[in-house]
Design a protein around this ligand. Structure first.
Ligand code: CA
Ligand code: ZN
Length: 299
């Protein structure tokens, strides 16, 4: 297995970034990641004022995948997410709908062990490890790693978790995948702008699928197919997510247009991934077994 440590990180996803490693299609890679603060908040004396904001959202990579060309799809199987022992989360007056209620910035360092998050003496949270930032180089200009889009990026989608498969469109030769911003848990919507930010490792199997499936991110797990849309507003993002799902249902199944619309009303779920990053991210999920009844095949 190819190992890629966190000594090479990028802050922009783009075609000009030099790959740190080139892997074959079908290979599994183990990737070490910083947390979204580049671990700057981990020392117990660290404060938000000391944080160098130019170092936020480091993504390890980029990794080139042999044979990936514009118009292909990169299949990313998330085989494992392993978290370090302690993460952190914070609230402050600059982020989220409740920022006017924040009296002063608060940082909490929270330990994670035995599949549990030790939030307080009174409460242990369930572990829901996920990848916040995962993306390829976009078609045009490079995009900062704090920004989500059709190339992936800072989607903060809780479905991007162990056991799921993420499909991203390939826009440049080699795809140029970069990964970071793990969370031990995060609520959908990421209300105060922070998950339980934590460093760790991920193991991904990367496979090039010739020909595009879609020009936007798709996540498939045992239960559902999800499409992910990032737009300047939540309003725009949910409309786009619905159109993306319509495209999946009408192209990847033999469902009629009428069924694709009717079944969205009957069975699809919209959820807000996040509203904090430079674009809002919304996903729509549709039950996998319903799509399979109309011939959907997991690639
Ligand atoms: Ca994030
Ligand atoms: Zn994060």
């Amino acid at each position: 297995m190819t190992y890629i440590d966190n000594s090479c990180v990028v802050y922009r996803m783009g075609r000009e970034a030099q790959p740190v490693q080139t892997v074959s299609s079908g290979e599994t890679v183990r990737i070490q990641t910083y947390d979204c603060f580049r671990n700057q908040l981990m020392p117990s004396a660290a404060t938000m004022e000391q944080v160098d904001f130019d170092l936020l959202n480091p993504a390890t990579g980029p990794i080139a995948v042999e044979g990936a060309n514009p118009g292909d799809t990169l299949k990313i199987e998330i085989l494992k997410i392993e978290l370090d022992a302690t993460g952190c989360t914070e609230i402050d007056q600059t982020f989220g709908v409740l920022r006017d209620r924040v009296r002063q910035p608060v940082i909490r360092r929270i330990s994670v062990s035995d599949d549990q998050i030790h939030y307080s003496r009174r409460l242990t949270l369930r572990m829901k490890p996920m990848i916040g930032v995962i993306g390829v180089a976009p078609a045009g200009d490079s995009v900062p790693t704090d920004t989500p889009g059709n190339h992936g990026g800072n989607m903060d989608c809780t479905l991007i978790a162990q056991g799921a498969t993420l499909y991203l469109p390939v826009f440049v030769p080699g795809a140029l995948l970069a990964v970071g911003d793990l969370h031990a848990c995060m609520g959908d919507g990421e209300i105060a702008g922070c998950g339980l930010e934590i460093s760790g490792h991920v193991e991904l199997r990367l496979t090039v699928l010739p020909a595009a499936s879609h020009a936007f991110p798709v996540v498939v797990d045992g239960q559902s197919i999800a499409v992910i849309a990032s737009e300047p507003s939540v309003e725009m993002a949910w409309k786009t997510a619905s159109r993306y799902m319509y495209e999946v249902l009408t192209k990847d199944t033999d469902m009629s247009s009428d069924d694709a619309i009717m079944l969205q009303s009957l069975a699809a779920d919209l959820a807000i991934c996040q509203t904090i990053n430079p674009q809002a991210t919304v996903r729509m999920t549709f039950p996998l077994d319903y799509a399979s009844a109309y011939g959907y095949q997991v690639l």
